[in-house]
Design a protein around this ligand. Sequence first.
Ligand code: GA4
Length: 332
Amino acid sequence: MVAITAPSSIEHIPLVRCPKANASPPAVIPSIDLSAPGAAAAVADACRSLGFFKATNHGVPGGLADALEAGAMAFFALPQQEKLDMSGPARPLGYGSKSIGSNGDVGWLEYLLLSVSSSSVPSSALPPSLRMALEEYTRAVREVGGRVMELMAEGLGVAEEERAVLRRMVVGREGSDEMVRVNHYPPCCLLPPGRDCGVTGFGEHTDPQIISVLRSNCTAGLQILLRDSARWVPVPPDPDSFFVNVGDSLQVLTNGRFRSVKHRVLAPEGTESRLSVIYFGGPAPSQRIAPLPQVMREGEQSLYREFTWGEYKKAAYKTRLGDNRLGPYELL
Ligand code: GA4
């Protein structure tokens, strides 16, 4: 853990203009065309091996993300007190700066964490343009999440008439627990340029939900952990694509076939800030999280003690970011 003692430069960060994203990411991050034949098998492969992939050809117009990025950067450029007054401190929802969760984790970032109801993002005090951009963006990204969950089920071999099993736990389901998080990582230049300043933007963790769908501007920083080689690899940013994470709950629903991915963000060096927006697809608090009968082989034992999403979330919020939250639920 890096102690962050330098003064904050979180106010007045200019909007970053994007050069075209690198067209050929390192082979390690699978890039999947969601509309191509074979997408379901590719999604399942990526979720088994990495718990992470890049989704292209997703159908979300670029303008939605651009509008949200502009609105978010204008919001983060406001004086600290105004941001707090508008959204309230993150406990856990609202505006947060450097402090993550309530158990002592810190990072080089500020953020907005909001809950999403099926029709709106309840953030009534936010500037109207930001609120509208968030609502439109969230509606579109939720659809990407839903489509991905269908492809996941198909790739797991679930029969056609039941392929909506995962999607229906989250999308359009009364009381489902969807959230959206806007993270702003200002540049952090604690060391001479060219040296890895190594400051943590957001510490390593897995997401507790079913899936997370992330989009960032063109500033790098996201890394994922390759479980097999215990190696951190950078994820080249691509503002035209989404990145999908398998969450802990999906690991349980698939009885360990899909693995939740450990990821982290390093603070940007140089002059450009990183802005990312993440949609977290969680089910209703009463949803039972246990291996889906549709994916289990005959006689297969569950690897996890069953829980509800509400129980797991409550326990998760008592942990530190880097803790192994599924550990206490593992059987065998
Ligand atoms: C990680 C995924 C989401 O960002 C989040 C985070 C939450 C928070 O920031 O309040 C947590 C973290 C996340 C898991 C462990 C607890 C709770 C911070 C933390 C230390 C919103 C979520 O749902 O879980």
